[in-house]
Ligand binder design. Structure first.
Ligand code: F6P
Length: 319
């Protein structure tokens, strides 16, 4: 393996830069030429591929976003796009590609395998929705951002004796809401795993005000319900003013916290090492304290299960 390219794809996640840096530095360590693909699979298709130097990745370990840029590129489902992308790599004699992103990005990586490119995936998404790995790069930074924001909301909710309904990201995975909800001591958490029961949510908020609490917090995963309507319903049923806040893309930005930097660095080193040893179509995972790898297709087939025990903590497995 003489040349390896790296790209970031899908929704960006804090820690992607730390992973890019470690890919480049590990490549140089093994005397492999590192290349950066700009703007994900779109850039791969458009031939936006350039050599990366040690210098270019210095001082990025602590930066949010991704210096390579990212894109959602549904066109990549089409074989003609995959063929062109693979040709762009082959024309430069690049044999291996490291894809930093989520499950959609790994599907793109698998498609490239069919076109003769060796690929390794590194899981990076704030959603923590990849079952094969305990944690994805970016999850804990996004979680800290959500927790910090909700703590601030609690200050004002307390002053005004209000209920705060907070929508966090996560797509189809409730981890951000669940962990944030536990960390802020919320009254109720609504996730795709629990389902949404309006009556039960209202009852929980009512209960907390009955105990003479001055505020209540409900954390909801995006798309589970309209948080503005839910706020109106809570206000009507409890006679406590209620406000809805959608945290949105603020959760995707910011300085990656230490764990995400370490995870990104270790996963990236493992990815380069794997490619160097001719492993392909694998995804790098964290299991317990160990960095490991597993077959990418197998990883994509795995369904994420959240231990009942964790929901038990907040006593609300079934909403
Ligand atoms: O996958 C990361 C994520 O931030 C999800 O939590 C969210 O549903 C989605 O991306 C938003 O995507 P976009 O930035 O394309 O609007």
């Amino acid at each position: 393996m003489k040349k390896i390219a790296v790209l970031t794809s899908g929704g960006d996640a804090p820690g992607m830069n730390a992973a890019i840096r470690a890919v480049v530095r590990s490549c140089l360590h093994y005397e492999i030429e590192p290349y950066g693909v700009y703007d994900g699979f779109k850039g791969l298709y458009e031939n936006n591929i350039y050599p990366l130097t040690r210098r270019e990745v210095s001082r990025i370990i602590n930066r949010g976003g991704t210096i390579l840029g990212s894109a959602r590129f549904p066109e990549f489902h089409e074989e003609s796009y995959q063929k062109k992308a693979a040709k762009n790599l082959k024309d430069r004699d690049i044999e291996g590609l490291i894809v930093i992103g989520g499950d959609g990005s790994f599907k793109g990586a698998l498609a490239l395998k069919e076109q003769g490119i060796m690929t390794i995936g590194i899981p990076a998404t704030i959603d923590n929705d990849i079952a094969a790995t305990d944690y994805t790069i970016g999850f804990f930074t996004a979680l800290d951002t959500a927790v910090e924001s909700i703590d601030k909301l609690r200050d004002t909710s307390f002053s005004h004796q209000r209920c705060s309904v907070v929508e966090v990201m996560g797509r189809h995975c409730g981890d951000l809401a669940l962990y944030a909800g536990i960390a802020v001591g919320s009254e109720f958490i609504v996730t795709p795993e629990t389902g949404f029961n309006k009556q039960r949510t209202i009852e929980k908020v009512k209960e907390s005000f009955t105990r003479n609490k001055r505020h209540a917090i409900v954390v909801v995963t995006e798309k589970m319900t309209d948080v503005f309507q839910l706020s109106k319903d809570i206000e009507q049923a409890t006679s406590h003013e209620t406000r809805a806040t959608v945290l949105g893309h603020v959760q995707r930005g910011g300085t990656p916290q230490a764990f995400d930097r370490v995870l990104a660095t270790e996963m990236a080193e493992h990815a380069v090492y794997s490619l160097k040893n001719n492993a392909s179509s694998n995804v790098i995972i964290l299991k317990g304290k160990e960095i490991d790898s597993m077959d990418m297709q197998e990883a994509l087939n795995m369904k994420k299960e959240i231990p009942n025990k964790r929901y038990g903590l907040v006593g609300q497995l079934k909403n």
